[in-house]
Design a protein around this ligand. Sequence first.
Ligand code: FES
Length: 672
Amino acid sequence: MAEADPLVIFTPSGKRGRVAPGTKVLDAARRLGVDLDSVCGRRGICSKCQVAPSIGAHPKHGITVTADALSPANEVEHRYDRVRGLKPGRRLGCQAEIRGDVVIDVPPESQVHRQVVRKRAEAHEIVLDPAVKLHYVEVAEPDLDAPSGDLERLLEALRAEMGLDALGMDFALLPGLQKVLRRGGWKVTAAVHTDGVPEVIALWPGYHEGVYGIAVDIGSTTIAGHLTDLVSGAVVASSGLMNPQIRYGEDVMSRVSHTMMNPGGAAELTDSLRVGLTALVADLVEEAGIERSAILDTVFVMNPVMHHLFLGLDPVELGQAPFALASGAAQRLHARELGLDIAPGTRAYVLPLIAGHVGADAAAVALSEQPHGSDDLVLVVDVGTNAEILLGDRSGVLACSSPTGPAFEGAQISAGQRAAPGAIERVKIDPVTGEPRFRVIGSELWSDDPGFAEAIAGTGLTGICGSGIIEVVAEMRMAGIVDAKGLIGTAEETGTPRCVAEGRTQSYVLWQGDDTTPRITVTNNDIRAIQMAKAALYAGARLLMDKRGVDAPDRVVLAGAFGAHISPRHAMVLGMIPDVPLDKVTSAGNAAGTGARIALLNKAARTEIERVVREIDKVETAVEPRFQEHFVAATALPNSADPFARLRAVVPLPEPSFGKAGDGARRRRRRP
Ligand code: FES
């Protein structure tokens, strides 16, 4: 370009260059690699190309932008402004011509690859580049002199618009194609899916806006879905339901057993899951008030057994070593092939499984938490009935799963229950008196606050949830009421009358109960169940640390709903997680759901996670000889082999010894 040509500077990208006078802003943007959207092919219909010229002096750029730096608004812009309204100062980039030096701001809504802000400060932003995008085109009418099919002319128009060569159309749309073209007066909006061979997957007459996707996390217990706007990246509706398969058993293995013992059992489970998902889609559509047919993409994450059942594959091999998957590869399908009646062209993407026991949900956690991109060594733990564990950094990632069982979810605990109003979720025990105080889900008050009884009148006091049981056991350990072996002392040994004999063991009375509330105790069996669960979790992590040749990672990320509620300090007192500084333990919330949403909003993330999963080093805990050894050491609170020196430096852990051995038992001394 000549020196005298106008200089154009785009913000916020800072991209700049000289263009010939009369160049359209959209063309200048494309030439300079600026991210400026266009859906309608410069017809002044979509307004996705909106920009804002910045008139005045720009000393930073060394130019002054005059009012005539862009051509005056033309008839197309006036018409758009009349019909749909253009914000003051905005221009359509496909219409405005550059005539002088100019600084042009591209607002976030006009950027093709805009970033979707994630809430957590440390979370990476998602670059919006979904697999499905809308394109408005004008199609040549049929011509006797140059005969060609309507489809061929539609694809030709789209090819010219998008620069796509190998474009096709989903056959399911062909029967309706001719009507749509004629109804739209040869002007149509096409949804084009580009993850794989590009195809038109939906078609509307005229100009159409609104395209959505659903990210679904299929858990063994609950299914959660997020309906997401594929243009803005915003979640417009979220819904969850119990996995209907729960009537065949609480855990995945009981569902595998059901398929082994009942002919047709796998198909039955597949059907029940698909019925649940259909209900979920209906809920989301209703909540968002959109047409079901606007949902054109879906992404699914789940554990391997759910994966096989969802895809209609028999999970029987996953019930026994060597836990062979039918396939762990990512799947690109039509939603209709999965029994989901959404729109004829709606697609489904299922994230890859990591291994026979480490699912697509763990892959989604990796996509969200990016251990493979971490400079420091990070341990990511997704705690559920099966803990999925990732350890890694830029140099490589290891993964395993460990069968923690349902104790962390409140099952197998005498007063245990799911996290719901009425459940104890926070506990503190006075180390001197052994007296507890606690908080119940649904109330902000502690149990010794005035008004507590009234505050819980609505919810009741019904039991202890997973985070509550972890806190109470850890608090008992810190107060010297339970010893490192996990034994509860007698009232005499602990100095608190809350320790009472029940059969041959002791229990700790957390709440005496009254007319309206039950007595809530922590029994030695409860502690045993927590010890087993946390030992499985720690042993898995320890195994990965062995493989990596370290005693602890640099930081720990707790994923999953449970991870979001768990207190790092209490988890570490129990020795659930390795000994890192407490401020290096963070919660990632529902990282599997976030990963699913990332794969929905950014198609490159799909190829990224497929590559990462191929490169992950899978460790099978069931066949690792050292797992048992680590498990036994990890049954101690916090651990009988690993010193937990960092923890002990900040949290006093008394060392009483209770139990039948008697010799070592000594009475705890209380301060007067
Ligand atoms: S590209 Fe659609 S209005 Fe400019």
